[in-house]
Write a protein that binds this ligand. Structure first.
Ligand code: GLN
Length: 496
């Protein structure tokens, strides 16, 4: 088997057994990136020299019999909204941060390095993680490896596409309203959004701080578990990161193959309503039937507020927080400063005018409006109240069931340009994913089949706070019954 066809866990086994060197692993990924990235455009930057240097160092340590950590030389890609001090930009795919280099590493990047990962590059995204197709990137659109005319989903489209096309075995993304799960579904890979507070947000460029969470992409559930293991845990620099004493990090890999039994699966009728593509529905229902065949009980449940109000609530909360978080880009503290200005206020305005893209400006305006005196009570405060109702929907459901299943996205990958002129249609891409962030619970998307046109479809599984260990085991139950992870997009061809 070619090196890039190995999953992260099998690559790690080979590295530890010294059947594969870290230099070979990094070289195979860099070769795949050279070959495939010009067509897919998943990476905004790569660090070939740095990756090789680091791989050599890891090989030396492995040869000396040292324990180099959980990831033992496995190459990883990181979404471009996570700070790295390796000289690569941290641009958030925005012109306003185009040449900005972070002076420090995000917590997750520190963790990756401590666990022996080799970071090969930074991946493309919707600007400041605002979008569902990676077309809002300030630089270029990423293509879906299964069909280059289609979008990879977003906002972590670069990370999803990179893993799907086997340019790297695993990658980190961030999920504010669906940005890990939705691109995972559209690219046919596994993507997990951990419970809010499980993974530190220190060094993640903030979009909507009460919703943002970093999580793993992999081709298999096992790989997602491995990357979550490496990045989860307390960090005092993020005040919302949960202390180990309250929530110790479990061993996600230990019991992965042990099925959850008995298993009660909640099937909300709201996840199968109007707007859901018929082919996607059929494939997702077939996946539910696989669980039923394994002895799981399917229970019809209601989430009365979680689809009807999720998008409206999400777009008030997220834009309000974004309008505040993005106030710091003023041409002084970071990044782009307009060269043509009359006075300081004019400089602020022109720097922001030139630096931000249309979607980011739209959201800053929406959020500023929702927070302004006279509207705060009508919009922002109302949204927080509905957010509480959405959380209660889930709390009530999890008294009866172990997890909730449905489609990750209402459609398979759509065409490039199809939704760019209609932001409201684009926003509906997250109709099934956003409520998970509002409720701060955990969710994963796993591949569950392909449409007639050969496009992947994702099954979303949601579970209560800090139940990732069980969530992964539930996901693994289905994966064992299928061979979806072994399918590679045609664009990969035969690896040389
Ligand atoms: N698509 C959603 C948005 O545009 C979610 C983005 C995300 O999760 N970062 O806000």
């Amino acid at each position: 088997m070619a090196t890039i066809d190995l999953t992260a866990c099998r690559m790690r086994d080979a590295l530890r057994a010294r059947n594969l060197s870290a230099v070979e692993a990094a070289g195979a990924c860099l070769e795949a990136i050279d070959r495939l990235n010009p067509g897919i455009r998943a990476f905004l930057s790569t660090d070939a020299q740095g990756a090789r240097r680091r791989a050599e160092e890891i090989d030396k340590r492995l040869d000396a019999g040292e324990d180099v950590g959980l990831l033992a030389g496995v190459p990883v890609a990181v979404k471009d909204n996570m700070c790295t001090d390796d000289g690569q930009p941290t641009s958030c795919a925005s012109r306003i941060l185009e040449n900005w280099r972070a002076p420090y590493n995000a917590h997750v990047v520190e963790r990756l390095l401590e666990e022996g990962a080799v970071i090969v590059g930074k991946t493309n995204m919707d600007e400041f993680a605002m979008g569902s197709s990676t077309e809002n990137s300030g630089f270029e659109a990423t293509r879906n490896p299964w069909d280059l005319d289609r979008v990879p989903g977003g906002s972590s489209g670069g990370s999803a596409a990179a893993v799907s096309a086997r340019m790297v075995p695993m990658a980190l993304g961030s999920d504010t309203g669906g940005s890990i799960r939705q691109p995972a579904a559209l690219c046919g890979v596994v993507g997990l959004k951990p419970t809010y507070g499980r993974v530190s947000r220190y060094g993640l460029v903030a979009f909507a701080s009460s919703l943002d969470q970093i999580g793993p992409f992999g081709r298999t559930v096992e790989d997602a578990a491995l990357l979550l293991q490496a990045t989860a845990g307390h960090d005092p620099r993020d005040s919302t990161s949960v202390p180990e004493a309250d929530q110790p990090v479990p061993d996600y890999l230990a019991a992965l193959d042990e099925p959850v039994a008995p298993l009660r699966i909640g099937v909300p009728k709201e996840f199968f309503g109007e707007g859901l593509d018929a082919e996607v529905e059929k494939i997702v229902r077939d996946a539910l039937a696989v669980y039923a065949g394994l002895g799981a009980e399917l229970v019809n449940i209601d989430l009365p507020h979680s689809t009807d109000y999720a998008i409206a609530t999400y777009y008030i909360v997220a834009t309000s927080e974004a309008s505040s978080n993005l106030a710091r880009y003023d041409g002084v503290h970071y990044g782009h400063r307009s060269s043509d200005h009359a006075d300081m206020i004019d400089m602020y305005m022109r720097s922001r005018e030139e630096g931000f893209g249309d979607e980011v400006k739209r959201r800053i305006m929406l959020g500023t409006y929702a927070l302004s005196a006279g509207y705060y009570d009508a919009y922002y405060k109302k949204a927080l109240q509905v957010r509480r109702l959405i959380r209660q929907d889930f709390d009530r459901a999890f008294e009866k069931v172990d997890c909730i299943m449905g489609p990750t996205s209402p459609t398979a990958a759509f065409r490039q340009g199809e939704k760019t002129d209609d932001p409201l249609t684009m926003y509906l891409s997250d109709v099934y994913t956003a409520s998970c962030n509002l409720a701060a619970i955990a969710g994963v998307s796993i591949p569950c089949g392909f449409t007639e046109a050969g496009l992947p479809v994702g099954l979303q599984i949601l579970s209560g706070v800090f139940t990732e260990e069980r969530l992964l085991r539930i996901a693994r139950m289905y994966e064992r019954e299928t061979d979806w992870p072994s399918r590679a997009p045609p664009v990969c061809g035969e690896a040389p």
